[in-house]
Ligand binder design. Structure first.
Ligand code: PMV
Length: 293
């Protein structure tokens, strides 16, 4: 039995604004999806991941890698699925690496990325690739839609808490909703977008300087901009407010919003553990995670 994993991802800055061509920052987290494989007489996926989508994704990966043998696949997820944390990309990356090892194929990271992206296309149609980049490389990733990714080395780990609000809004519908807000308020939207761009620049500098107070404050402002364009729900606001009241340096939606997940930045691992407990007690499934390492 071979076991390999892919990382989940959060978006630190820029969801929705990136749709309009400005840069964002995503980060791989130290939790993801672990995939185990062994040779078998037929292809088999054990448990809840045995869906039509996953079966097609597995076929796409095998085809891209030129594998004809059959495999039995087990999946253990350390992050909620369908919550904007990139679980499908983490699965595809874990599976690509595990299959390569099982069939003794040497595979570079670049190829793990491109192979797993074939599976992500089955799950998500026309993915930006950011989830697969985070799942493959980890660390911090600067991305501009349609222009690819750049790794951002900050030489330091940041401690965050990821909280699931309980339900995930449809990314497609939320993106369309923002488009309508933009169309009805062109001038205002333009100013919000340029505010975001300034925030992004200061955020990138703060990350490079390791100025976590500043990063936290900018996360709060980024959350405010996301509320302004209509993607924050009562739950997203509640989680953000609880996190800040409990001492987080910053808290925001991560991903498309409409529920889904929030992240909060804290000073260290013990604060992350404590905050995750407090948010759990308030009814929000939460876990500490590290980014940037
Ligand atoms: O659905 P998620 O959590 O992976 O977030 C998507 C990010 C958006 O900016 C909202 C959409 C996009 O395609 O960039």
């Amino acid at each position: 039995m071979i076991k390999e994993r892919g990382s989940g991802k959060v978006i630190l800055f820029g969801e929705h604004f990136v749709v309009y061509g400005v840069p964002g920052i995503a980060a791989g987290i130290d939790r993801g999806v672990e995939v185990s494989v062994k040779e078998s007489s037929e292809d088999k996926i054990v448990g809840e991941w045995n869906t039509e989508g996953t079966r097609k994704a597995v076929d796409a990966i095998k085809k891209k890698m030129g594998i004809e043998g059959h495999i039995e696949i087990g999946v253990k997820e350390e992050i909620p699925t369908k919550a904007g944390l990139g679980a499908s990309a983490a699965f595809s990356v874990g599976l690509t690496k595990a299959v390569a090892k099982l069939f003794n194929k040497k595979i570079e990271e670049e190829e793990v990325f491109s192979t797993s992206l074939e599976a992500e296309k089955i799950y998500h149609g026309n993915p930006s690739g950011i989830d697969n980049a985070a799942a493959t490389y980890g660390g911090l990733i600067k991305f501009i839609k349609g222009k690819g990714i750049e790794r951002l080395d900050i030489g330091k780990e940041l401690n965050i808490v990821v909280s699931f609000t309980g339900k995930k809004g449809s990314t497609k519908e939320l993106v369309e909703g923002v488009k309508k807000v933009k169309e009805r308020n062109e001038g205002v939207f333009e100013k919000l977008l340029s505010s975001y761009v300034e925030l992004y620049k200061e955020g990138e500098n703060a990350l490079k300087q390791g100025n976590i107070e500043k990063i936290g404050e900018l996360m709060n402002i980024n959350h405010g901009l996301l509320s302004a364009i209509g993607v924050s729900t009562k739950e997203n606001e509640e989680v953000a407010h609880i996190a800040r009241e409990e001492g987080a340096l910053g808290s925001k939606i991560t991903g498309a919003g409409g529920g889904g997940c929030n992240i909060a930045l804290v000073r260290d691992e013990s604060e992350a553990g404590e905050l995750a407990h407090k948010l759990e007690r308030r009814g929000f499934r939460s876990f500490p995670a590290r980014i940037g390492g």
